[in-house]
Design a protein around this ligand. Sequence first.
Ligand SMILES: C[S@@+](CC[C@H](N)C(=O)[O-])C[C@H]1O[C@@H](n2cnc3c(N)ncnc32)[C@H](O)[C@@H]1O
Length: 354
Amino acid sequence: VRAGAGPRSRAPVFYNPAMAFDRDLAVAAIRSLWPADGPVRSGWEVTPATGIRGLRLLGETGAFSSFAFTEPGEAAFAVLARNTEGRSGAHASRMDGRRPPPGAPFDFVDVDPYGSPLPFLPGALGAVRPGGVLAVTATDMMVLAGAQPAATLRLYGSRPVRGRLGPESGLRILLAAVARHARSVGRVARPWLAYAHAHYVRAYFVVDASSSDPDPVGLIDPTTWDGPPVGDRGPYGPLWLGALFDRERVRRIEVPPTAERRRELAAFLTTIADEAEVASPFYYESNALAARLRLPLPPSIAELCTGLRESGFHVARTHARPEGVRTDAPRPVVESVARRLAAGRQSQNARVRA
Ligand SMILES: C[S@@+](CC[C@H](N)C(=O)[O-])C[C@H]1O[C@@H](n2cnc3c(N)ncnc32)[C@H](O)[C@@H]1O
């Protein structure tokens, strides 16, 4: 049952077909991490609505022997109860997901709420078995991506980067918040697959017993920052300044046979496998570079990538923006390559016209 109402309620129950890609990715990510012939594991979907995400993980990965679902709403719980009935290993509880259900701790905990996941983090982090995985979605992008900076500061404790880099900044604010909450319950949470997509950001973390290594969380001071321009009203953050991807883990993710959006998922996996080679925060866009440097023509992205590689730097396209280029080259190098390419294109055009 995908949506509808409980027997005594006509309230709609959340079901978003557009999130099929994201559920495919969840199945793919867990399959790559925990093979079906490995030890049996337990999961908890904290905010399940119809339960489709957890039920797909239970049925399509082979990694789980049990999966708990917590849903307080009457209508949603009625649909959830029907969907989980007779499904071996599925246990639905009508309760608030801010507290763990019976069966904790779990190997995998998934938080996919309306808006901000913050209220669910303490309970979810405390319920992940050390070595297990926490997945967190946030859809409060007005707050995270910088349209409401006062709210970002109040809720997440960070100053956001605004504009085109806003979604990645939102992702990095969420990662910093999860890392901080993990420390507060004596855990450490390290993202291995973190992305901005459509109207949301989502990340998968390995959660471990506390480590003495500090989290790579910090501020960006625009007066000393030599990555992509973030604005001049900093400092920005605290942001997660470490990698968004664990290179080895991300490379192992494959499109599962049960995927609904095969092509979209395959393209995304190819992009992030390349992107995982470059851990630097934020990315450049050709048009924005041209506008900033007052170039008559934007450099072609392919040439920009080649030019930076030839200068000895890592470069990759980013999943976060079709035209975005992530690189570990310092900004002066990127700008000088862009200027050289623009000059080359201009003189080429002049020769064609002559
Ligand atoms: C965005 S929907 C979940 C979508 C689902 N994960 C999927 O993939 O289709 C958010 C759900 O969280 C539920 N919810 C809201 N507050 C909750 C709480 N305190 N505990 C557990 N679930 C809650 C809502 O009733 C709603 O069904």
